[in-house]
Design a protein around this ligand. Structure first.
Ligand code: MG
Length: 264
């Protein structure tokens, strides 16, 4: 049985974990200070591929948290890493925001609807019927099809909005194909994050509020799972399921901080 004391690196979810509704959770900032003091590397992970790591860096800065850009890994970055390491694709038909398009262009992909090598589906908040139609034609033709992450919905102050999984479902109804998925909870996201923190899976904790992404990722990839009940998972929901047993469960990240400090 691993304990928190054996953990050498931390992967941190952002929304519902580190902050909720643009407010930092108690001791969230203290936790980073403590990890720095102990020289334990950490990285923030987000499945939101509609914005860039620098945008999340700014969001954290507004909350008073300064972190280097390399400490934020988006599912878009993990997807680009996958495409570069595992495929020879250069021409991409991309469904994405301007920010995602720019990220792919900077990574030297050619964005085109004319004979692309693959279709990449991102969290496209600028999706049009025309883009969706073009994607369906290409996917129905059998082109490799990759999605940056699997989330069905994204939570906002007004309620749930359609995320990439909802687009996938629409495309499936037309083409009968599902994509290869990259972000949390898939191993490609874990590999990209482990590369940055310089640790192995068994030395690393995943701290997050979602069972189906954060804790499934921990379970499937041999990470130490720390579930926080401050976001999408209520205690009732957690207790009514039996498939996922995180290594530790806390009400919020402040309790993780207190646990860490109490042990040393
Ligand atoms: Mg979350």
């Amino acid at each position: 049985m691993r304990t928190l004391e054996q953990i050498k690196a931390f992967m941190l979810d952002m929304d519902g974990t580190f902050y909720v509704d643009e407010k930092l959770m108690p001791h969230a900032a203290d936790l980073l200070v403590e990890l720095n003091r102990r020289r334990l590397p950490y990285i923030f992970l987000t499945n939101n591929s509609s914005a860039r790591a620098t945008d999340f860096q700014q969001r954290l800065k507004k909350l008073g948290i300064e972190v280097e850009q390399r400490r934020i890994l988006t599912s878009a970055e993990a997807t680009i890493r996958y495409l570069r390491l595992q495929t020879k694709f250069n021409k991409v038909f991309l469904l994405g925001t301007k920010a995602l398009e720019q990220e792919f262009v900077e990574a030297e992909f050619e964005l085109t609807a004319d004979h692309p090598d693959c279709v990449v589906l991102g969290f496209d908040k600028t999706l049009t019927y025309e883009k969706l139609t073009t994607a369906c034609f290409l996917i129905a033709d059998g082109l490799p099809y990759i999605a940056t992450h699997p989330d069905d919905t994204c939570i906002t102050a007004k309620g749930l909005i359609p995320d990439i999984g909802s687009f996938m479902a629409a495309i499936y109804r037309v083409t009968k194909r599902w994509p290869k998925v990259i972000g949390k909870p898939m191993p490609e996201m874990v590999e990209a994050a482990l590369e940055r923190v310089g640790a192995t899976a068994d030395q690393t904790a995943m701290v997050g509020d979602q069972l189906d992404t954060d804790m499934t990722m921990a379970k499937n990839n041999g990470l130490f799972g720390v579930l926080l009940l401050s976001g999408e998972t209520s205690r009732e929901r957690f207790e009514s399921q039996s498939e996922i047993e995180p290594n530790l469960v806390f009400d919020h990240i402040g309790q993780l901080y207190e646990h860490l400090v109490a042990k040393n």
